[in-house]
Design a protein around this ligand. Structure first.
Ligand code: PEP
Length: 257
């Protein structure tokens, strides 16, 4: 529903000092006519480096996780205020890899969103069903339950979040949801947000899951697809730039969406 698309890179646990510099230098050099909002979510150790590399660019810095705690004896955790110190604007919460490998519960995800919001960081709340859940016809109920937990905990400022629909079966698999499949779930999420806040139009709903140069335009042309969360393709400057240019074209072609 936002006027310009939002494209966010998720580097996951990839990169290194020289690789990050090369990638961002190439992205900056090929920037051209980008008319969409852009963020990059990088591993914690590279926040300072990437903050410096992004200075003076319109690209917003993002992180990939945040603690449910504000401060204290939580070894290994990173708080929202620490992220804020490095100019972090976006933070992924509830990515399926964290739900799956780190056993993050729906309550954990809701509390992480709350910490981010309390520190002035926009949480990008990831929701999505597994293949088994899709095949059992549970897609809508799963994503609604995941989002409901975040709404329940953050109702008063829910219009400040971003939602990313990421079907688990499409992440890193090369298997993408069809534009119709993505739109159907985005419409469900949009209706849920509409019931939660009169300001639901402020909330961008991104699609993520093997979005690439070949499918981005079709996915981004769907009425409730406000942008993309890009994993693998965000690590190749040319691919990421092409997606940014497609998102820019889509926003210019349909300014009222
Ligand atoms: C992701 O991890 O958020 C993601 C969308 O990954 P990929 O694009 O590689 O499927």
């Amino acid at each position: 529903m936002s006027t310009s698309k939002l494209i966010v890179a998720n580097w996951k646990m990839n990169g290194g000092l020289s690789a990050n510099q090369l990638l961002l230098d190439d992205i900056k050099a090929g920037w051209g006519a980008v008319h969409c909002r852009v963020g990059v979510c990088v591993p914690y150790p590279y926040l300072t480096q990437v903050q410096l590399l992004l200075a003076g660019t319109p690209i917003a810095l993002g992180a990939q996780d945040v603690s449910i705690h504000a401060t204290g004896a939580y070894t290994g955790e990173v708080s929202g205020s620490m992220l804020r110190d490095f100019g972090v604007r976006y933070c992924l919460v509830g990515h399926s890899e964290r739900r799956q490998y780190h056993r993050e519960s729906e309550v954990d995800v809701a509390l992480k969103a709350r910490q981010a919001l309390a520190c002035g960081i926009t949480p990008i709340v990831c929701v999505g069903e597994t293949l088994a859940q899709r095949e059992a016809g549970e897609t809508d109920s799963v994503v609604k339950r995941q989002l409901a937990a975040v709404i329940h905990e953050n109702g008063h400022c829910i219009s400040e979040i971003v939602v990313a629909y990421e079907p688990v079966w499409a992440i890193g698999t090369g298997r993408t949801a069809t534009p119709d499949q993505a739109q159907a779930v985005h419409a469900v999420l949009r209706a849920q947000l509409k019931a939660a806040t009169p300001q639901h139009e402020r909330v961008a709903i991104l699609y993520g899951g093997s979005m690439n140069t070949g499918n981005a335009a079709d996915l981004l042309s769907q009425p409730d697809v406000d942008g993309g969360l890009i994993g693998g393709a965000s690590l190749k400057a040319n691919d990421f730039l092409e997606i940014l240019h497609k998102a820019s074209h889509e926003a210019l072609a349909n300014p009222m969406k």
